[in-house]
Design a protein around this ligand. Structure first.
Ligand code: SF4
Length: 347
């Protein structure tokens, strides 16, 4: 298609007046756009913006990012969660420097060859920075299009996905794909929101089939979720006093793949099920809900002057708060510190 769809023209007129003034939109180039796309997955714009500025200040180029240590990248990512994004970002930067002579890809196909870059991120960067007419489909776009075309098939199944992809491909602007992709996402973020969409403010209200048939609140259709797995998780916290009297604990780095990949943790034992561990010396329980797991966590504490608790790990000062713990451990440490502080005040 060489001319834009009339719906896309209407959308772009709205976008010209309503686009948020986000810093990476000012002068889009591939590296900073890539950072923004990775940081903003699963993260609110206001939180993500601060991290984006920090990353660019610390690693102004892909070469700087590639040269950083994993610990530096993780430390800067701390608090954003979903740490596999940081690991993939770092691995992709190293791939660009080592395999592509430091030059970022110019096409969505090229971006997809990089670790951790899926179709969404590849299309977003290629359309915004290189004007490649490829559609971007994220959760916002999925929701808007499912309403606009009143798509009754579940959007997370083959037929529904195909309908969304076909609509998105038809609606991408041939000459301004970056703007049209961002406009769809913006409409989903600001107007066609998951709950209480502001149809009265929508530039596409006359085109919207779900609005006409009264099915807005039923779109998008999603298939039933799998029930989260119950798990019992026991962390073993072993502490010692070092030769100079410093209180330390034994900390391991989790394997890169799997739960809490690449983060630091106390040695941990996990078991599926609801049955609590059969021990009386455990601190807990602490409930922690992840997307696919419902955890009940317990902590054992032990002082030692014996051998190291495991083959991999290190003794680290308890007072060092620069560790990249899973959120569950960070939450418990904060609670214990608050209790200890309270006791100190009472004593
Ligand atoms: S009219 Fe309402 S439901 Fe339809 S696209 Fe606009 S905001 Fe979404």
């Amino acid at each position: 298609m060489t001319t834009a769809h009339p719906i896309t023209d209407r959308l772009l007129s709205w976008y010209a007046d309503h686009a948020r003034n986000l810093p990476w939109r000012a002068a889009p180039e591939a590296y900073s756009t890539w950072l923004s796309e990775v940081i903003l997955q699963q993260t609110r714009v206001d939180t993500g913006t601060a991290y984006w500025h920090r990353f660019l200040a610390e690693f102004p180029t892909v070469q700087d990012l590639a040269a950083a240590s994993p610990e530096q990248v993780m430390a800067l990512w701390k608090g954003l969660g979903y740490y596999s994004r940081a690991r993939n970002l770092h691995a992709a930067a190293q791939h660009v420097v080592n395999e592509l002579h430091g030059e970022l890809p110019h096409s969505s196909e090229g971006w997809r060859q990089l670790p951790g870059i899926g179709p969404y991120t590849a299309a977003a960067i290629a359309s915004i920075c290189f004007s490649e007419p490829v559609p971007v489909v994220d959760g916002n776009v999925q929701r808007v299009l499912s309403r606009l075309f009143d798509i009754a098939n579940p959007v997370d199944r083959k037929a529904g996905k195909a309908a969304i992809d076909a609509a998105a491909a038809e609606l991408v602007h041939p000459k301004r794909p970056g703007d049209s992709n961002q406009a769809w996402m913006e409409l989903g973020a600001l107007v066609c929101t998951p709950k209480n969409p502001k149809c009265g403010d929508c530039p596409l209200v006359q085109d919207c089939q779900a609005r006409a048939t009264g099915t807005v609140s039923e779109r998008p259709v999603k298939s039933a979720k799998k029930a989260a797995v119950e798990m019992q998780v026991t962390f073993h916290v072993t502490m010692r006093h070092s030769a100079n009297g410093e209180l330390q604990w034994w900390v391991e780095r989790r394997p890169d793949s799997g739960i809490w990949g690449g983060l630091e943790s106390f040695p941990v034992h996990m078991e599926e099920g609801r049955r609590a561990p059969n021990r009386l010396d455990l601190w807990g329980p602490v409930r922690h809900i992840l997307t696919h797991r419902k955890m009940t966590a317990w902590f054992s504490f032990e002082m030692t002057d014996g051998p190291n608790p495991s083959g991999t790990g290190a003794w680290l000062p308890v007072s060092d708060d620069s560790r990249t713990w899973p959120r569950l451990i960070a939450k418990v440490i904060a609670e214990l510190q608050a209790e200890a502080g309270l006791r100190a005040v009472k004593n």
